[in-house]
Design a binder for this molecule. Structure first.
Ligand SMILES: Nc1ncnc2c1ncn2[C@@H]1O[C@H](COP(=O)(O)OP(=O)(O)OP(=O)(O)O)[C@@H](O)[C@H]1O
Ligand SMILES: [Mg+2]
Length: 256
């Protein structure tokens, strides 16, 4: 059960955005996609989501282009880098846009459960566009969770949650909340892809890290294998130090 890019090459205008990029997201795991600005992370996410059509993307071994739009909506949700909305919706209405699961009563149950989990239940009657950037981001995260919500992982086919920098506006506390939620969702057999700039959080929360630079996959695999000081110093063109925290036991990554 995977969502897979198999040698994706993408050109947008004059720019060679992705060069022969392969990445496999397994259901039940978290993959962190990292790399410098302009590396192609958002573009790869758009290809994996089906927003940019590619014949080199497969969902459970089937070409993504052959998966019907309804099935796709129920099986993968996407949080983009921009959280703004053109119209003046209530938070409850923004969340409800995420419900594609059919039955209204079940939708209300799911909406309330997800809103509680994401700590946005007290915001439901607020106007989305009047919220702070961080609160808007949490609402969008909740909307994405709701879109692929299932009771007890029932229903056919694997599911995927694709998150483009979901914590970029969040304080420390809410950053942890969202990343813990992402892990929790993966434990419900969802494949999670999360674009992050914070390499410490990538090392901490991901089963697999994929490092993209200049449109090419530099390395992918367990955090310890990918996030090395040699590789990171080269890719980010700055001296990067990777150590193991003596008490917490996890990787700590910092610049010199
Ligand atoms: N529609 C487009 N037309 C032309 N070039 C594009 C288009 N979209 C993206 N690009 C280019 O593709 C490259 C990768 O962009 P992308 O947004 O995928 O990077 P990113 O890794 O997500 O960066 P960031 O960390 O800044 O979000 C950039 O050079 C960008 O300018
Ligand atoms: Mg991006």
């Amino acid at each position: 059960m995977t969502l897979q890019a198999d040698g994706v090459t993408l050109r947008l205008g004059a720019v060679q955005v992705l060069k022969d990029v392969s990445l496999q997201l397994a259901a039940g795991t978290v993959t962190a996609l990292v790399g410098p600005n302009g590396a192609g992370k958002s573009s790869l996410l758009r290809v994996l989501s089906g927003e940019i059509a590619s014949r080199q993307v497969f969902m459970d071994s089937r070409p993504l282009a052959e998966v019907g739009i309804r099935d796709l909506a129920r099986r993968r949700s996407v949080m983009t880098q921009s959280t703004s909305m053109a119209f003046d919706f209530l938070v409850a209405e923004v969340l409800a846009m995420g419900w594609v699961g059919g039955a209204r009563e079940l939708g209300a149950v799911a909406l309330n459960e997800v809103a509680r989990d994401c700590l946005v239940d007290h915001l439901l009657e607020r106007r989305f566009n009047t919220l702070s950037g961080g609160k808007r981001q949490r609402v969008q995260f909740a909307r994405c969770r709701l879109q692929i919500w299932r009771r007890n992982d029932s229903g056919p086919g694997s599911r995927y949650l694709l998150l483009d920098e979901p914590t970029s506006s969040l304080d420390l506390d809410h950053e942890l909340l969202v990343l813990r939620q992402a892990r929790r969702v993966s434990a419900e057999n969802v494949g999670v892809l999360v674009v992050l700039h914070d390499l410490n959080q990538a090392a901490r929360f991901a089963d697999q890290v994929a490092l993209l630079a200049n449109g090419a996959m530099v390395a992918s695999g367990p955090p310890e294998a990918v996030l090395t000081s040699t590789t990171l110093s080269r890719v980010y063109r700055t001296a990067v130090c990777v150590e193991r925290h003596p008490r917490l036991g996890r990787l700590v990554i910092h610049t010199e």
